[in-house]
Design a binder for this molecule. Structure first.
Ligand code: FES
Length: 179
């Protein structure tokens, strides 16, 4: 009788320890993942879609370019999905013939924000004085290429721009999209 009690107590002790171990492991794994998330994960932003930037009526053919902020909604990152994420800016205009034209405001030299001077109809960079024609071609300065053209369309009266950031300080031939 005493021996059977001892065996039962031993069995219960082992079973309790085993069950406790399993519960501990089950609780610990999510805790570790929570503490270390998102270490080791690549941050992903899906900006492949064209982004609504302004009403088409705001652009008159032949007028000066308009600077628009490129802000994305539903951008997926390591922590979830975020809205109103500032990606950059673009200069958009309509040519005399009505063609839509969008240029990145990121200087292709080292990435400063490009300004537009309406009096001279040129884009200029405040950092190292690169200058560009209204169509984006380089006039002068250390930039190795012209301003980067962005895809732009009109859908239901709204101008939409597809945002891309390109590798700086390389020629047009070496240019590639930065990830
Ligand atoms: S960053 Fe624009 S000229 Fe250098």
């Amino acid at each position: 009788m005493a021996e059977s009690d001892t065996s039962r107590r031993r069995f219960l002790s082992i079973a309790t320890t085993a069950i406790g171990g399993v519960i501990g492991a089950v609780l610990t794994v999510p805790l570790i993942r929570y503490v270390f998330f998102p270490v080791g994960r690549r941050i992903v932003s899906d900006t492949a879609d064209a982004i609504d930037v302004l009403d088409e009526k705001a652009l008159k053919p032949g007028a000066s370019p308009t600077r628009v902020e490129i802000t994305a909604s539903g951008v997926r990152n390591a922590w979830g999905v975020a809205d109103d994420v500032a990606l950059g800016a673009a200069w958009v205009r309509k040519t005399e013939s009505g063609e839509l034209h969008a240029l990145s405001s990121v200087c292709p030299h080292l990435g400063c924000a490009i300004d537009y001077e309406p009096a001279r109809s040129v884009y200029t960079c405040p950092c190292h004085k690169s200058a560009f024609q209204i169509d984006g071609k380089k006039i002068s300065g250390p930039a190795k290429r012209g301003l980067d053209r962005l895809d732009a369309t009109v859908e239901e009266g709204r101008v939409k721009v597809t945002w891309r950031r390109f590798r700086p300080d390389v020629s047009e031939d070496e240019k590639e999209i930065e990830s």
